[in-house]
Ligand binder design. Structure first.
Ligand code: ADP
Ligand code: MG
Length: 459
């Protein structure tokens, strides 16, 4: 049955694109590329999903460039193709791949990110780039200020389309859609997770009779990623586990996801005190700062990157072999994207998740999403008391959090599954002893990192 895997050379791509692929040592198509490229080349609109790390970027860039090379532009002035991505880091990464495919041909490209100088971008636009990669907020700003027109747009591509909607970019997407000519435009949507109702509504507006390709289900097992889950009592326990994980597991580079910006900074300081070179990234840093951090991490200058969900989508960092969810993500799909930062292009990855009482609901959502019964693992000497929350047991009495002492886990009382702060003191102490030099004041922040991440438009 085994069919010969399809090769790039069989696609009839332009020689310069072939040379660029050759240069990158790429020969065999991934499954999503095999399925999507021919459909895109026929000019159909497309909604495509496949697991993280399966090569979606080339699946849209190659046919897009092929089309631009082989056909005449509709307009001399306007960009021919626009690629939108939800975060600046992802847009930059797509741009880098685009650049490596266009270095040997005459296609001009531009990157327009929020947070960067608007006037510099206007100058860039005056050079009339053929392809623009952008975050939606900034692109919409250029439309509003009339520094950019999209009447001649031939291709609109949305990478991680669902995330753009999650981030509240529906208005900008509509504005972009309205600015471009529907009849002549081909529109593509890509993501690892595309089965939201919201995505369908947007797709109805933006795409014409789209074909759909889904390689595997979003919740299908990613066999290259080993998933493990650990129960935790409270913040101190999580920190002790994290520290244990980072000092005992073998990995090239690791990404730690936290729910809040305050946690990324605090954990970065904590890990630094344990001689783990660490970078912290969050959505409200300046763009220059974010670029600098991502560049240095992708060059391997730090072993660990701590971040909120800013980095959960799309980023392709081949050295990352370990992902730790310090907090469970609020949305189950986000779990898939976070752990998908590892196990890329066939490499093996390990994804560890810390599940405390406040993560429980989020954990159950992930469990349902993955359609698996997840069992928990333990690290010897670091086993806590929390054993999960049994459904339908007596209702939580929701006592207010024990505030004021600044000590111990400030959880809600009343759950049948974990003890109020006082009774935990012993465990906390034992864990503290284990985790030795926890810097004073680092362990007990004002929240345990399980507050919902602020929905903030990266623009
Ligand atoms: P996705 O968007 O599906 O998460 P990416 O497009 O970021 O995945 O690709 C993941 C990695 O796989 C990248 O490093 C990319 O260079 C590599 N890759 C893409 N296509 C191929 C291929 N056909 N053969 C080998 N590696 C590939
Ligand atoms: Mg991608």
């Amino acid at each position: 049955m085994a069919q010969q895997p399809e090769q790039f050379k069989d696609l009839g791509l332009d020689n310069r694109l072939m040379a660029a692929l050759e240069h990158q040592g790429l020969h065999t198509l991934t499954e999503i590329q095999d399925q999507a490229i021919p459909v895109i080349l026929t000019g159909h609109d497309l909604i495509a999903s496949s697991k993280t790390g399966s090569g979606k970027t080339l699946a849209f860039l190659l046919p897009a460039l092929q089309r631009l090379i082989k056909t005449k532009a509709l307009s001399k002035r306007d960009p021919r193709a626009l690629i939108l991505a939800p975060t600046r880091e992802l847009a930059k990464q797509v741009y880098e791949q685009l650049r490596s495919l266009t270095s040997n041909n005459s296609i001009n490209i531009a990157l327009l990110l929020g947070g960067e100088n608007f006037n510099d971008q206007i100058k860039l636009l005056r050079k009339q780039p053929h392809v623009i990669v952008a975050t939606p907020g900034r692109l919409a700003n250029h439309l509003t200020s009339r520094s950019l027109m999209l009447n001649g747009l031939e291709l609109l591509i949305m990478d991680e389309a669902d995330r753009m909607l999650d981030l509240g970019f529906a208005k900008e997407l509509n504005q972009i859609n309205d600015a471009a000519d529907h009849r002549r435009r081909q529109t593509l949507m890509f993501s690892a997770t595309l089965d939201h109702a919201q995505v369908n509504d947007m797709a109805d507006k933006l795409l014409k009779a789209p074909k759909r390709i889904a390689v595997g289900a979003a919740n299908a097992e990613h066999l290259d990623i080993e998933k493990r889950f650990y129960l935790c009592d409270h913040l101190d326990h999580k920190q002790a586990l994290l520290q244990h994980i980072l000092t005992t597991q073998s990995y090239q580079q690791a990404i730690i996801f936290t729910a809040t910006r305050a946690d990324t900074e605090r954990l970065a300081r904590l890990l630094e005190t344990h001689n783990l070179s660490t970078a912290a990234l969050s959505g409200d840093m300046s763009q220059a700062e974010r670029n600098r951090i991502m560049d240095s991490f992708s060059r391997g200058q730090q072993k660990v990157l701590i971040t909120t969900d800013v980095a959960s989508r799309g980023l392709d960092l081949l050295q990352v072999s370990l992902v730790v969810n310090f907090d469970m993500p609020k949305q189950a799909e986000e779990y898939v994207h976070r752990i998908g930062r590892t196990g890329r292009a066939g490499a093996k990855g390990l994804a560890l998740s810390l599940v405390g009482p406040k993560d429980w609901d989020a954990f159950k959502r992930v469990e349902r999403f993955l359609q698996q019964d997840i069992s928990f693992m333990t690290f010897e000497g670091l086993v806590g008391k929390f054993k999960g929350i049994r459904p339908n047991k007596k209702k939580a009495t929701a006592k207010p959090a024990a505030k004021g002492k600044g000590k111990g886990y400030q959880g809600k009382g009343g759950s049948n599954a974990y003890k109020p702060a006082k009774k935990q003191a012993k465990t906390v102490k034992a864990l503290k002893d284990r985790s030795d030099r926890l810097a004073p004041g680092t362990g007990l922040g004002s929240n345990d990192g399980m507050a919902p991440p602020k929905r903030k438009k990266p623009n």
